[in-house]
Design a protein around this ligand. Structure first.
Ligand code: MTE
Length: 305
């Protein structure tokens, strides 16, 4: 059956399950000999942007979430996000684009090629995961609408629907949740729109039917359940930056050398490691330094954080 959230391509098509499982075994250091060479062929089956690290379990990825529209507890999104109606769904693409309009989710998916990206994901709260997303590059979506010369930023908005998102009945955040990127960040091939996880439809608590994933930035930049994308020449509002600019910069690039005013960002706790697991060092740009450092050349990253 066609999978609404991942187009007709499922995870199994993108990465055959046996290859994925062998790769996991390879990475775990077991059966590496028995499957000789599979590491190479498996690498060819996934994106060069994917990490070789062991992905988190489905249960971890889908039961430990931040989605304040459904409450502030880590288990709240899994408990309450089922209430969200995700079909029909459409994304308004407006501002400085050639073809502004309302793009239905089906229309978008029919024009995108879905692939798998296994990315590290680092929350500003200093926990992290490794998540096998399915989706497409944000640049492909922006190119669908055609970006006009002079556009410098991209703004994003989450759905506003308090009757289904009970957290929106409290003014905890000035709803709707908003985020933004500079255009060159948005056009970077790592910037991804996720529509699936482990080849399954992305669950509501993870931002169905489509959410942003910017792996070199703190997780709050990766806005969920997007209904509006606006191209502008002015820096757009970003919710956490709006609430507390001293603690949450517009860029919010993962940076172990710039601490949050209330805690260190030098290390992180990998979810699923257990309470006795050692914290691991946080990497510059969350390990994507080679790919993205050039975007910030000449900037003082301690000031423009
Ligand atoms: N998007 C919306 N609309 N609302 C939110 O509360 N939380 C952000 C981000 N996107 C959030 C959001 C934060 S703080 C994080 S860490 C990630 O989503 C969490 O993504 P995950 O639950 O899929 O791991």
């Amino acid at each position: 059956m066609a999978n609404r959230f991942t187009s007709d391509l499922t995870w199994a098509d993108v990465t055959p399950e046996n290859v994925f499982m062998n790769r996991r075994a390879f990475m775990a250091g077991t059966a590496a000999m028995a499957v000789g060479g599979i590491g190479g062929s498996a690498a060819a089956a996934t994106s060069p942007y994917s990490t070789d690290e062991e992905p988190n379990k489905w249960e971890e990825i889908t039961q430990y979430n931040n989605f304040y529209e459904f409450g502030t507890g880590k288990g709240d999104p899994a408990a309450y996000a089922e209430a969200l109606t995700t079909s029909p769904w459409a994304v308004e693409i407006d501002g400085m684009v050639e073809k502004p309009g309302t793009y239905s989710f089906e229309d978008i998916m029919s024009q995108m090629t879905v692939e798998e990206r296994i990315y590290r994901f680092r929350c500003v709260e200093a926990w992290s995961m490794v998540i096998p997303w399915n989706g497409f590059e944000l640049a492909d979506l922006l190119n669908l609408a055609g970006v006009q010369d002079g556009a410098k930023y991209v703004g994003f908005e989450t759905l506003m629907r308090p009757e289904e998102m009970w957290g929106q009945k409290r003014q905890f955040i000035p709803w709707p949740y908003r985020e933004g990127l500079r255009l060159d960040e948005a056009m970077h091939p790592l910037s991804f729109i996720a529509t699936g996880i482990y080849g399954k439809d992305i669950p509501n608590q993870n931002g169905a039917p489509l959410r942003l994933v910017v792996p070199w930035k703190y997780g709050f930049k990766s806005i969920k359940s997007i209904v509006r994308i606006t191209l502008t020449d002015e820096q757009p509002v970003a919710s956490w930056n709006q609430i507390n600019p001293r603690e949450y910069g517009f860029y919010s690039n993962v940076n172990p050398n710039v601490d949050h005013p209330r805690w260190s960002q030098a290390s992180e706790r990998r979810v699923g490691g257990g309470i006795l697991a050692k914290r691991i060092p946080t990497l510059m740009f969350n390990g994507y330094e080679e790919e993205v450092a050039s975007l910030y050349e000449g900037m003082d990253l301690a000031k423009e954080f």
